[in-house]
Write a protein that binds this ligand. Structure first.
Ligand code: ADP
Ligand code: ADP
Length: 229
């Protein structure tokens, strides 16, 4: 499960300004689709609509054929994990910050979450084991490490659909590519929408969608888009 479709979606924050202009987008269950395009194209807006921070003006968005307008907020939020660009961590340990991804997580779950994240490469292992890092306070982390914590936290709720909303765009391109490669390695089969800036870092996506002025300007594989110039 996790087949996402935007069908003729129209949306504007203000009635006199259209942001999404009849957007059609099909993300097959389990696929990784990257959405790129100039700043202001509407990339974050489509993520917010999928999560129903806002309702569409016209058209519809479905998950596995069901209009999200008919789904309860609770089940929609259980189905979708969003990792935003700027992660704010609690001034607490990495383990706590990850386990916060699930309400009411106890100490065992905190430790388990952190270990899972470490094994998956979301937290760098230290020579003396992951435990020191897990017990370390999050505020000392680099930008890349913070985003790994944010991704690990979101994955803990095991959403069928994962959205990285410019989650790696502010990082240097090598760190971005590293994080996306980690995800690719451990997250096969989860529907993933990667909103990104740099075409170069998203080679692994099944499909790349170029958004411009609220419409799909082009889509295809990385190689196809490079060929099209
Ligand atoms: P992108 O993610 O592609 O950079 P966004 O979806 O963030 O683009 O924004 C698309 C357009 O919507 C931009 O022109 C932006 O200024 C406008 N916009 C974004 N959020 C709001 C908001 N909360 N209220 C009004 N306009 C907004
Ligand atoms: P949950 O449903 O998992 O308890 P929330 O509904 O509060 O948590 O948020 C789910 C995800 O959406 C979190 O990863 C959070 O960082 C992200 N999020 C919350 N508000 C916004 C927002 N305004 N823009 C982008 N992402 C957001």
């Amino acid at each position: 499960r996790g087949h996402v479709r935007f069908e003729g979606v129209r949306f504007g924050y203000d009635p006199d300004r259209t942001i999404l202009d009849g957007l059609d987008l099909d993300v097959p269950a389990g696929a990784t689709v990257a959405v790129v395009g100039p700043s202001g194209a509407g990339k974050s807006t489509l993520a917010r609509l999928l999560y129903r921070f806002y309702d569409v003006g016209a058209g519809r968005i479905t998950i596995d054929g069901q209009d999200i307008a008919q789904v309860t907020q609770g089940s929609l939020r259980a189905a979708i994990g969003i990792v935003p660009q700027d992660t704010v961590l609690f001034n607490d340990t990495i383990g706590y910050n990850i386990a916060y991804g699930r309400e009411g997580a106890d100490d065992d779950e905190v430790a388990q979450a952190a270990r899972g994240a470490a094994i998956a490469g979301f937290i760098e292992r230290q020579p003396d084991g992951y435990a020191t890092r897990v017990g370390e306070r999050g505020l000392k982390l680099s930008g890349g490490e913070k985003q790994r914590v944010a991704i690990a936290r979101t994955l803990l709720k095991n959403p069928p659909i994962l959205i990285l909303d410019e989650a790696t765009s502010a990082l240097d391109s090598r760190t971005e590519a590293d994080i996306l490669a980690t995800l690719e390695a451990v997250e096969r089969g989860r529907t993933t929408i990667v909103i990104a800036h740099r075409l170069s870092t998203i080679v692994a996506a099944d499909r790349i969608v170029v958004l411009d002025q609220g419409r799909v300007a082009e889509q295809g594989s990385h190689a196809e888009l490079l060929r099209a110039g």
